[in-house]
Design a protein around this ligand. Structure first.
Ligand SMILES: Cc1cc2nc3c(=O)[nH]c(=O)nc-3n(C[C@H](O)[C@H](O)[C@H](O)COP(=O)(O)OP(=O)(O)OC[C@H]3O[C@@H](n4cnc5c(N)ncnc54)[C@H](O)[C@@H]3O)c2cc1C
Ligand code: SF4
Ligand code: SF4
Length: 451
């Protein structure tokens, strides 16, 4: 494995995603919110041990998959046992959740087992602070938040695993599991016994705190008065809701609110997301995402896309189905690509962007996922122009010029912005691929069991 001598490249290129692995590899490190970048990152560059576990330096996907799924075939979609569309039959739980309410159903079922001692999942602390916590009782599960899209520090996962003996379920986004497993298998392999199973989220991106600062400015919300935030819930797409100390809740449609489109634009992502090749969570036993399919676009509540990477994961889902707690519909691996995008499934953009950063001499992580052979690299001009645009817009964010970014999107960027909407409309609503015979749609009657 390629190991650099410390985390200086990660700091210079703003690539930390906050997994927390480095702070256990080098105890002199602390994760802090950088006041300008507004992402969490280590206090200094640390040592070679920190670099050896850091997913912003490298990830050994092949080696980790070999350990986690011994003998299984590694396909461009990772190790796959089955792919299922699923939804909780508890309408309230489904509506409060980000997609189908699947994660909470899975966690409740796992906590009911004798061979599981607890679940380590993200919980709300206060304001914008969310932190992994240990749950041991079933009635704690519904108190967990839906998807939290802003950057957070996650060292607590490893801290809890190290503090507690037993067998635990971990819930995490892909890069978080990369850091955790690299740490475990490199430095404390005995901790592997404490991981009973992993429930992973599919993950397209997360945002720096600049996104929240920008939306606060557009909506007249006092940033420091935020008491809670939720990004999803209440239907398939859901709304962003920001609560403040004066008891006010401000909401914004994630699909049509222009302020939201500016503040949660791609350039507000934490920079490593542009290089991420593991959106579909190759290291988790069960992966849950949104079934963003043309055939599910009209459902009243969210439906989850579930990738079971092991037979045991598949068995757990079937148990929930037999108990009437979820409804399921088997689909093919193709639906992973169709429900997301090629860049999410295969890293078409990320691999090309990594090549570009090599050309311009910027540090980037070494990420060679199982999807690399399937990647159709986007044009070099496109990544070069993205890099220029990103550099400009990051500088503007860091100067707090959110209003300028608003008017920039409303003028200079408008044609591109409208083109993106048109693409969404033709694929999801007009179902252009189905009309041209490029894709076989899932028949409506097969989906009639979903709300
Ligand atoms: C940052 C982020 C980006 C995502 N991007 C995509 C995407 O591009 N495409 C897609 O299909 N799906 C994406 N998802 C997943 C999707 O939003 C749902 O979380 C997923 O489908 C599970 O929904 P659910 O209804 O089963 O779970 P819910 O009932 O909503 O439960 C969510 C669970 O995830 C945990 N959680 C929430 N936020 C985080 C976080 N930041 N880090 C770790 N754990 C967390 C909570 O503790 C809870 O247990 C993303 C999720 C996140 C957090
Ligand atoms: S990505 Fe994880 S291991 Fe790397 S610097 Fe950030 S917190 Fe540390
Ligand atoms: S897109 Fe990748 S790097 Fe970004 S938060 Fe998600 S898993 Fe992490």
């Amino acid at each position: 494995m390629n190991v650099t001598h410390d985390l200086s490249g990660v700091l210079a290129s703003d690539l930390c995603i906050g997994c927390g692995a480095c702070v256990f590899a080098d105890p002199s490190l602390e994760l802090q919110l950088d006041p300008v970048k507004l992402i969490y990152e280590p206090s200094h560059a640390g040592n070679a041990a920190a670099a050896s576990v850091c997913p912003a330096v490298q990830v050994d996907y092949r080696g980790l998959q070999d350990r986690l799924f011994p003998g299984a075939e590694q396909t461009p979609y990772g190790v796959v046992h089955s792919v299922v569309l699923a939804q909780s039959t508890d309408e309230g739980r489904n509506l409060r959740a980000s997609s189908g309410g699947l994660i909470k159903e899975l966690l409740i079922a796992l906590l009911e087992r004798d061979d599981v001692d607890g679940v380590i999942a993200l919980g709300h602390v206060e304001g914008l602070e969310f932190e992994p916590r240990l749950l041991t009782a079933v009635d704690e599960v519904d108190g967990l938040p839906g998807s939290i899209y802003h950057n957070l520090p996650k060292p607590r996962v490893l801290e809890l695993l190290r503090e507690h003996e037993g067998r635990f379920v971990l819930v995490g986004i892909p890069c978080e599991l990369e850091g955790i497993f690299q740490y475990i298998h490199t430095l404390e392999p005995h901790l592997a016994q404490r991981v009973a199973t992993t429930v992973g989220l599919l993950c397209g991106w997360q945002y720096s705190h600049h996104a929240l600062k920008a939306i606060c400015e557009f909506k007249g919300i006092e940033f420091d008065a935020i008491t809670d935030v939720s990004y999803r819930g209440g239907g398939p797409v859901g709304k962003l809701r920001i609560r403040t100390a004066d008891g006010r809740t401000t909401s914004a449609s994630r699909r049509v609110d222009f302020g939201y489109q500016v503040a949660f634009d791609r350039t507000f992502n934490t920079p490593r997301c542009h290089l991420c090749v593991n959106h579909s969570n190759f290291l988790a036993d069960i992966v849950v995402g949104d079934a963003w399919l043309p055939s599910t676009v009209a459902t009243r509540t969210g439906i989850s896309l579930v990738i079971n990477r092991t037979e045991a994961a598949d068995g757990l889902l079937r148990e929930l189905e037999a108990a009437g707690r979820v409804v399921c519909n088997d689909v093919t691996v193709e639906e992973i690509k169709e429900s997301q995008k090629r860049r999410v499934a295969f890293g078409d953009f990320a691999y090309a962007y990594a090549d570009h950063l090599d050309e311009v001499g910027v540090h980037r992580p070494i990420l060679e996922g199982p999807n690399r052979p399937a990647a159709e690299l986007v044009d070099r001009d496109e990544v070069a122009s993205f890099h220029r645009e990103l550099t400009t817009k990051l500088a503007l964010q860091r100067q707090g010029r959110y209003r300028y970014l608003y008017w920039r999107k409303a003028t200079k960027e408008l044609p591109r912005f409208l083109a993106r909407y048109w693409e969404w409309f033709t694929v999801r609503i007009l179902r252009i691929k189905s009309l041209t015979g490029e894709r076989q749609e899932i028949p409506r009657e097969e989906l009639s069991r979903f709300r």
